[in-house]
Every structure is written in structure tokens, then in C-alpha cells.
Ligand binder design. Structure first.
Ligand code: FAD
Length: 532
């Protein structure tokens, strides 16, 4: 059950490096590009067999970007943004993968990577001021700087359901979709989970499969969207105004400029196209949004009993990631689709032939786990990272993730976390947040390199203050409502500490906080000179 299929045979490396970049997604590639420009001895390591990260692994039918793709693109190659054309307004996975591959080739970034290679541990050697990083290929790297471009949504979550190993049909996870696809034609398919990946894939799977059984634990709020062919006038307008567009993205709260085609056919930028979701913290606004949503579902689903099951009744609108859906609710009008509401009887086991619930058994040929990710912390805590005094990151984060500005966790010097917990990350257009992080980290590394600084760490009190601030801005919003159980809070993972992980203060405010720290002589960080 993995998209890594190539037998990647090569000798193990034993290398001394300046910097190691883990991950070849949007963040890893840009990090590699920037660090190479500093003239450093760098290497990238990527578990997958290709570049793209999210857009390499998530090949499930229906996977697409939920922000306009013109906004979801790199800003640092001005010629590229003039040349490139995305075929659709909100591009599908294959088109984004093509784009990322193009960037990797255009800038000759692939040669820096070991693909099909997973980092299995990283340990800080305090005396040497270096990280020893090991991989599943037997490689050992001695590294000064580790850049963890490991993604916020790259550690797939499989709920611990008894009997999983006994299943004899085809088992898939949306986040580990086979590289060469999965033919579901004429099959009896079951999908467990109705979060983003479930809601994107269910309408597409229903069209292919003989029958589709959807196992829903929690209904979700989702907004209807349309993926239309790219409007040439809008694209032309974007190309003429990229400077402004990028500036607006970075000065906005969610990393979106608000470029849009007006109803009069005139494109505009910076208008009202961007909704600040914190407005749903207001009880009356939230109630109105819930009622609108319910009405919309009832108008689209023929069977009133099924419609009611698809409407969330016990948590606020916008407390989880708002899902962009295309024809999701209409899918339940199809004769080959059945909804199993797990609140009427939970899953008790996976059997050799399907799913056992308290409501009965459901046999399927293919079982799709659309159960998301151990978000934000999972890629890091699964990696066996050991910092100063033998403390592991997993131990340090057992009560919730802690990192100053979301960038460095105290006790783990020279280890940079890109789009990690405590930064805007998944609450923003991530390309914008990624670029800001990569640029800041490169600036920090450049500074250390040219000023002979041996290590940079977070000051524990600065880290604490930042965490208090992250908690403070989340307080009283729908995101932290006691009835809300989202992956932002870690609620989808059994035993994970409940904490609002992404920073709600906004991309703009966050970037200012970072810049303030750097320009005030690295306030909140602890720098050690090479001489000690
Ligand atoms: P990733 O793309 O996750 O790349 C991280 C890479 O690190 C992966 O390839 C992984 O294999 C590798 N890695 C991790 N651990 C290790 C290890 N131990 N050893 C070696 N390699 C490792 N964001 C938006 O802003 N808009 C959207 O519309 C949007 N849609 C999304 C749809 C889906 C289905 C998903 C899952 C995410 C979506 N996101 C979206 C978030 C998306 O993850 C980011 O936009 C962005 O692609 C993240 O890039 P990244 O490079 O930081 O991480």
C-alpha cells in the first residue's frame, strides 16, 4: 500500500554535509534551490520516488487544489510565472505534479536528491555541533543544518481497527495512492472517512465502481466549488499583475491575493474574494452559515433521511478545514452508493472480506482509507529525532508541539521546521507560507555561515511566550470550541494531545513576528559562536 514502487538499489552514503533537506515537495525543492545558491554542500532526501510531496503521493481520483492555482504557485521564478499556464482554475493533482516536476527540471534540482530514501533517525551530537542522520538505505550523514521540509500532511493515518491485516481485498490509502493508479471499474468499493480526501474522491469513485459504500463517522461542512478551465483574461491579468498579486498574498491573512473574475467579466485583485474564516467565531454568523449549509444539502440529496445524516449537527461551522466539494452531495442520489452512518453502529473490525460494524457486515473488493494524516507533528515525531541531552522530539511534544515561531524547538538546534506547528501553515495558501519560511531559514543559515555561528536554538522562554500567543489568538474562535474535534487540534489521532497547532494570527502578522526576531539580533533565539 505505497506509491514507492521502485527498487532503489544503490550503495549507502557516508557524507559530511553543510545542510540536509528532508523532503522534495514544494518546500524541499525551494529550500534546495536557495541553499545551493549559498554555495553550501547540500543533499536532499525524499521517501518517494519523485518530486512533488503531496502532489506525488495523493493520486486518488478527484484530488485537486482548493485554492485558485494561480495563487498556488511559486513566486520566485518571474519567467516561469509568465510562461506557465495551469489548465484549470483549481488544478487537479496531475497538473500540479507536472508543474512541480517542471520546476525541478528547469532548475536542475533532482541531482541533489536521494529518492526512495526515508530518514529514520536524526541525533544531535552536542560536542561536534552536528546532526547524525540515518536512512533506511543505511546512509549516514553528518550535517550542520537540517531543514525539515517534511510537510504538514505527509504522515498517513490508519486508525487502529482490529483485523486490518486479515483483509484479503485491495487496501488503499488516499495519501499513498498507487503510482500507476487503481482500477476500480466494476468493483465493490468501501471508503472509510469523509474528510477532505473522502469528499474529493467519493464522487469520482462512485462513477467507476459497481457499488460504493461510504463509512461516515462525522459529517463535514463542505463548500461547493467548480473547477473550470482557466479563464484566459484572468490569466493574462495575473501575468500583468504578478508583482502586486504576490505582494497582496504576503500582506494578507491567508496568503491569497483575492484575484478573481468579476461578474461583469472584468478581472480584479485584492477584492472581497477572500473570506476570513475567524468571522465564524460569531455565534449568529455561525448559526446562519450552518442553516445555509443544511438547506443546501437538503436541496441536493433526494432522500431526506440521508440528507440529515450528511449534515453536521453538533459542532460549529468552520471549526474543521472547510472542504471544497464538487458534486459530493448529489453522489448520494446514485443507486450504486450507500451511506453507512457509523454513529448508528461503529466499525468493530476489518474482516478478510470487508468491514464489520455494529450494524452488520459489508463486503467490499477494495477498501479505501480516506482517514487523513497525523497532521503537522506526525512526520517529525515518527522520525526518531533526538536533541540535546538525549531528549526526543516525540517526548518533548507529548503534551503538544512546542517550537519558537514554529521554526525551532528548544533543545533541537540547527533543525528547522518548515510549516510546522505554531506557524500559519495549513491555515493558509501553503505555497506562500512555505516561501516565507524557506526564505527566513536561508537567511538564518546564511547569517550563521558568514558569521561563524556554530548553532542556533530557541530560547525556552521565547518558545513558551510564542505558544501562549498561539493559544491566545485561537481562544474563543470556532476552531477551539469544546465541541470541535479537528485534525488541527490533533483529535483524529488516538492519544494525541489536544492543542490548536497552526497559528491563527495570519500569514502577514506571522511574517512580521519572524522579521522582528531576525532584525532585532535574533531575539528569542540562542546563537553560539564557533569559538564557543
Ligand atoms: P509535502 O508536499 O508533504 O512534502 C513533504 C515530503 O517529505 C514528502 O514527499 C515526504 O515523502 C517527505 N518526507 C517526509 N518524511 C520523510 C522522511 N522521514 N524521510 C524522507 N522523506 C520524508 N495546501 C494548499 O495551500 N492548498 C490546497 O489546495 C491544498 N490541497 C491539498 C490537498 C491534499 C490532498 C493534501 C494532502 C494537502 C493539500 N494541501 C494544500 C497542503 C499541501 O501539503 C501543501 O500545500 C504543500 O504541498 C506542502 O508541501 P511541502 O513540501 O511542505 O510538504
Amino acid at each position: 500500500m505505497s506509491a514507492t514502487t521502485t527498487a532503489n538499489v544503490r550503495d549507502a552514503d557516508f557524507l559530511e554535509l553543510d545542510a540536509l533537506v528532508v523532503g522534495a515537495g514544494i518546500a524541499g525543492l525551494y529550500s534546495t534551490y536557495r541553499l545551493r545558491a549559498l554555495g553550501l554542500n547540500i543533499l536532499g532526501v525524499e521517501a518517494g520516488d519523485g518530486v512533488g510531496g503531496t502532489w506525488f503521493w495523493n493520486r486518488y481520483p478527484g484530488c485537486r487544489c482548493d485554492v485558485p492555482t494561480i495563487e498556488y504557485s511559486y513566486s520566485w521564478d518571474p519567467e516561469l510565472q509568465q510562461e506557465w499556464s495551469f489548465p484549470e482554475s483549481m488544478s487537479a493533482q496531475p497538473d500540479i505534479e507536472v508543474y512541480v516536476n517542471h520546476v525541478a527540471d528547469r532548475h536542475d534540482l533532482r541531482k541533489h536528491y536521494r529518492f526512495g530514501t526515508r530518514v529514520t533517525s536524526a541525533a544531535y551530537d552536542e560536542a561536534a555541533g552536528k546532526w547524525t542522520v540515518r536512512t533506511d538505505h543505511g546512509d549516514e550523514y553528518r550535517v550542520k543544518w537540517c531543514v525539515m521540509a517534511t510537510g504538514a500532511l505527509s504522515a498517513p493515518n490508519f486508525p487502529a481497527i482490529p483485523g486490518l491485516e486479515s483483509y484479503t481485498g485491495q487496501l488503499l490509502h488516499t495519501g499513498l495512492w498507487p503510482q500507476d493508479g487503481a482500477d476500480l471499474t466494476g468493483k465493490r468499493v468501501g471508503v472509510i472517512g469523509t474528510g477532505s480526501s473522502g469528499i474529493q474522491s467519493i464522487p469520482q469513485i462512485a462513477k467507476q465502481a459497481a457499488s460504493l459504500t461510504v463509512f461516515q463517522r462525522t459529517p463535514n461542512y463542505a463548500m461547493p466549488v467548480q473547477a473550470t478551465p482557466t479563464n484566459p483574461a484572468l490569466e493574462e491579468f495575473a501575468k500583468a499583475n504578478y508583482l502586486e498579486l504576490r505582494k497582496l498574498q504576503r500582506s494578507s491573512k491567508v496568503g491569497i491575493s483575492g484575484i478573481a473574475m468579476g461578474e461583469d467579466g472584468v478581472p480584479s485583485i485584492g477584492g472581497g474574494a477572500v473570506v476570513d474564516l475567524t468571522l465564524f467565531a460569531d455565534a449568529a454568523v455561525n448559526q446562519a452559515a450552518r442553516e445555509n449549509f443544511a438547506e443546501n444539502v437538503r436541496s441536493r440529496v433526494n432522500d431526506p433521511a440521508i440528507a440529515e445524516k450528511l449534515i453536521p449537527k453538533d459542532y460549529p461551522f468552520g471549526c474543521k478545514r472547510l472542504i471544497a466539494e464538487i458534486d459530493y452531495f448529489e453522489t448520494y442520489n446514485r443507486p450504486n452508493v450507500r451511506l453507512v452512518d457509523l454513529r448508528e453502529g461503529a466499525i468493530t473490525a476489518i474482516t478478510p472480506t470487508g468491514v464489520r460494524t455494529e450494524q452488520g457486515d459489508f463486503d467490499v473488493d477494495v477498501l479505501v482509507f480516506a482517514t487523513g494524516f497525523d497532521a503537522m507533528t506526525g512526520p517529525l515525531t515518527r522520525m526518531n529525532i533526538t536533541g540535546r541531552d538525549g531528549v526526543t522530539l516525540a517526548q518533548k511534544w507529548s503534551d503538544g508541539p512546542q517550537a519558537y515561531l514554529g521554526l525551532i524547538s528548544a533543545g533541537f538546534p540547527n533543525l528547522f521546521l518548515l510549516t510546522g506547528p505554531g506557524s500559519p501553515s495549513v491555515l493558509s495558501n501553503m505555497v506562500v507560507s512555505i516561501e516565507q519560511h524557506v526564505e527566513m531559514v536561508t537567511e538564518m543559515i546564511d547569517y550563521m555561515h558568514t558569521n561563524d555561528v556554530a548553532s542556533i536554538d530557541a530560547a525556552p522562554e521565547a518558545e513558551e511566550q510564542w505558544l501562549d500567543h498561539v493559544d491566545e489568538v485561537a481562544r474563543g474562535t470556532q476552531y477551539t470550541d469544546p465541541t470541535c474535534n479537528s485534525w488541527y487540534l490533533g483529535s483524529n489521532i488516538a492519544g494525541k494531545a489536544r492543542r490548536m497547532m497552526p497559528y491563527l494570527g495570519g500569514v502577514n502578522r506571522y511574517a512580521e513576528a519572524c522579521q522582528d526576531a531576525v532584525s532585532s539580533d535574533y531575539q528569542g533565539f540562542v546563537l553560539e559562536r564557533a569559538s564557543g
